[in-house]
Design a protein around this ligand. Structure first.
Ligand code: DI6
Ligand code: FE
Length: 406
């Protein structure tokens, strides 16, 4: 017998076929936290369900997946932003001790419990907009103890909030102050100590690096990837955000799950990604917040058949954004995605960017029952409204947010 049968709803399955994979007048059966059956209500086998819920004509989509965030961090950089608005340059702020390294100081000073608390509040905000899976990166600890603290805190967010957490180790985010004159020393620490320890303790699912003129070179990122893969971890890369360093091609060469940002991506980078099946993760809120003008080559990515995912990049420096639905709108208004591409970018393609496409990302029988139920009359509204309260309910692993905790 089914646990739950949802009726009087429409489903945007995002699984192909019709636009949005839409099924009008749908029924969705849930059993043991998974989708047991989905289809048109008239085709529904007369399975019995313990609970039948009528959704008043709401639309059901896969729960949203935010596949690129830096949700765990200490402090914030509002003051730095204020200075920038008054004309201070990034370099001047960095010289005054600002930038990523100021968040590193704040994060090192914070207890693990406190990091869990502040990140959980941000995760909770995201769940109220339909998010059921969030990726969280480390990268503000930059030593073994503090990187591990961040990754443990990220896991604990998933115990506090009804959300699935995927973790990425981002030790190669910035050169910590104590290694200012010893790049090689820090690379050795990442590759010979941090990755083995994090792999051994299973503290991360994946390893990321920031490949940029102001961060790490493709050679350095390649070394990080080799160490990660030797320890059974998948890889991904911050690439081509501020300049074309060839990061996307490097990511593709290593079979990376994704290359992220990509404003300065070249034709050859696109070809390499298409060939390798690397997902392009676009981050329109960072583009917006930095007031960038160069857009990622969306039309060329589309032509080459590179799948496009969309994420918030929530972080204190370049995207203090915990509003995934607004990011869907930005993907359309700033990067020219269609509303359907944007929604696929935060569901089906985001699942692929995390290597979780067998489990989440579409509404299909067998997948985890991670659903968002919306007060909308057509799916394009999800990317259309800015700041509206659209979520009617959310199911995480088959459990509704409206159910009392067991
Ligand atoms: N790219 C970014 O935009 C952020 N990290 C990264 O690798 C910036 C993070 C920060 O400024 O704190
Ligand atoms: Fe990022």
């Amino acid at each position: 017998m089914w646990d739950i049968l949802l009726r009087d709803c429409h489903a945007a399955t995002m699984a192909g076929g019709e636009p949005y994979g839409a099924i009008r007048d749908a029924a969705i059966a849930i059993e043991n936290g998974r989708i047991a059956w989905i289809g048109a209500v008239r085709d529904c086998p007369r399975g019995e369900a313990r609970h039948v819920r009528r959704l008043d004509g709401a639309w059901v989509t896969p729960g949203l997946i935010d596949c690129h965030t830096h949700l765990v961090f200490g402090g914030n950089r509002a003051h730095e932003w204020e200075m920038r608005r008054q004309g201070a340059t990034y370099e001047a702020i960095a010289q005054a001790g600002g930038g990523i390294l100021s968040t590193v100081r704040a994060t090192r000073a914070e207890s693990e419990d406190r990091l869990v608390e502040t990140a959980s509040r941000r995760a909770q905000t995201m769940t109220r907009q339909g998010v059921t899976t969030v990726e969280i990166k480390s990268g503000y600890g930059l030593d073994l103890e503090n990187e591990m603290k961040m990754l443990r805190a990220a896991a604990r967010v998933g115990e506090r909030v009804a959300v699935r957490v995927s973790r990425s180790f981002l030790g190669a985010h910035a050169l910590p102050a104590e290694f200012k004159h010893d790049r090689k020393g820090y690379m050795d620490l990442i590759c010979d100590a941090m990755i083995p320890a994090i792999g051994h303790c299973r503290l991360a699912d994946s390893v990321d690096a920031f490949c940029e003129t102001i961060a790490f070179t493709p050679d350095e990122a390649g070394r990080v990837f080799a160490a990660a893969q030797a320890h059974g971890l998948t890889v991904k890369l911050h690439a081509e955000q501020l300049s074309d360093c060839g990061g996307a091609a490097l990511a593709a060469k290593h079979g990376a799950l994704s290359a992220d940002h990509l404003e300065h991506l070249s034709e050859s980078g696109i070809a390499a990604m298409a060939q390798a099946g690397t997902i392009a993760v676009l981050l329109p809120a960072a583009f917006y917040f930095l007031r960038e003008t160069r857009k990622p080559p969306v039309a060329a990515l589309r032509r080459a058949g590179v799948p496009i995912a969309i994420a918030t990049d929530c972080n204190p420096g370049t995207s203090p954004v915990v509003a995934p639905l607004i990011v869907l709108n930005m993907a359309c208004t700033l990067f020219d995605l269609t509303p359907e591409e944007a929604l696929a970018g935060m569901t089906r393609q985001a699942a692929r960017a995390l290597g979780l496409e067998g489990e989440i990302g579409t509404l299909e029988a067998g997948k985890s029952a991670d659903l968002a139920v919306w007060h909308i009359s057509e799916p394009a509204e999800l990317a259309y409204w800015i700041g509206a309260d659209l979520l009617a309910d959310r199911y995480f692993q088959g459990r509704s947010d409206k159910e009392k905790p067991a």
